[in-house]
Design a protein around this ligand. Structure first.
Ligand code: BGC
Length: 343
């Protein structure tokens, strides 16, 4: 008798297994998660390291601080165009510095995203971009082809302006084929136009057969809150914009739900590659931390990886002068328990 019961039980288990949907479909509110990149921070975009290593603010030990702080990857912001010669060859000295970054981050146990950050030139001068961006990726993909899968390539930060969706979509296959020639399965990160706006996700066109693409977006909404006081944002004189009301939180959730729905439909993993609030605009740090924690939580709730903008410089999560974390920001990012229902 017990044998019959056991067989029946096994049959039920087998039937359940067979009818079980794919993993991502079992969590109807979550997208497919990016493989290597969960909790990260943007680094080195504006550090003297690239031009004068003696003056570098960022040191090798910071990779360990980042890893021990609970992050698992860094997004390295690279302005490669200014290090190209007349034949568009990358300066070998600059490449050595990048080798150092990749090696030390990897040694510290961090994933590395090489983010081509020449969004200004590319968006103003498409003709130059069409020549320089492929030249950069031909060289970087060749050089880093043997790196572990924890290293990913991000084709171009925040296309905007003249790089509209038609122009950007037309450039993607060419750039991808350059990378794929030497890196057939490496994670490549690509985002939509209008500064990686989530509203432009539906206009992003990707080769359906390439399943090693992670789609990225940036989130600084509401911009008047996150960028108040920031000179480059035209909000230099703005002060006193608050965040935290019920409708603020609903707005955040609705926006992330839209990205989640798009991702599930397209079956693409998502990376929120930048978010944060300007640190010198007079916004109380507790309010900034509340916002930052809520955004990280929304990303976690949807299964998106995220990278905070940024480690050092402005918006900081690390205080170079005190040589330690900016606690409220760091705690908002790392120590906040992700909620499965609301943030
Ligand atoms: C830019 C930075 C800017 C940040 C927030 C980044 O993509 O590279 O210059 O501070 O966005 O506005």
């Amino acid at each position: 008798m017990w044998k019959i019961v056991l067989l029946a039980a096994l049959a039920v288990v087998a039937a359940l297994e067979l009818s079980a949907p794919a993993r991502h479909e079992m969590h109807p509110t979550r997208a497919i998660e990016p493989v290597q990149f969960h909790r990260g921070v943007n680094i080195l975009g504006y550090d003297p390291l690239w031009t004068n290593p003696q003056k570098a603010r960022f040191q090798a030990r910071h990779f360990t601080d980042i890893r021990n702080g609970g992050f698992d990857f860094v997004r390295v912001n690279l302005f490669v165009f200014r290090h190209l010669d007349a034949q568009n060859r990358i300066d070998p000295k600059w490449l050595k510095r990048l080798d150092w970054v990749v090696a030390n981050a990897t040694k510290a146990g961090l994933g590395v995203i090489l983010d081509e950050h020449d969004f200004g030139t590319c968006s103003n001068d498409v003709a130059t971009c069409r020549v320089k961006l492929p030249a950069v990726w031909r060289q970087l993909s060749q050089r880093y082809r043997s790196q572990p899968p924890t290293v990913a390539f991000e084709l171009l930060n925040e296309p905007h302006g003249r790089l509209d969706s038609e122009t950007w979509n037309a450039m993607i296959p060419g750039l991808l084929s350059i990378v794929r020639a030497t890196n057939p399965t490496r994670t490549v990160i690509i985002g939509p136009t209008h500064w990686y706006s989530l509203s432009d996700l539906p206009a992003l066109s990707l080769p359906p057969n390439d399943r090693n693409i992670t789609v990225t977006f940036h989130y600084y909404g509401p911009y008047r809150f996150t960028h108040q006081g920031a000179s480059w944002s035209k909000l230099k004189d703005l002060r006193g914009v608050t965040w935290g009301s019920r409708s603020d939180r609903e707005g955040l959730r609705d926006n992330f739900d839209k990205v989640g729905a798009w991702a599930r439909n397209e079956r693409r993993p998502i990376l929120l590659g930048e978010f944060g609030t300007y640190d010198k605009g007079g916004t109380p740090i507790a309010m900034r931390a509340d916002y930052i924690g809520a955004v990280a939580c929304e990303a976690g709730r949807h299964g998106f990886g995220w990278a905070y903008w940024q480690f050092d410089g402005n918006f900081i999560v690390w205080d170079m002068s005190r040589d330690t974390w900016v606690r409220p920001i760091k705690d908002a990012l790392i120590n906040r328990r992700p909620s499965t229902t609301a943030c």
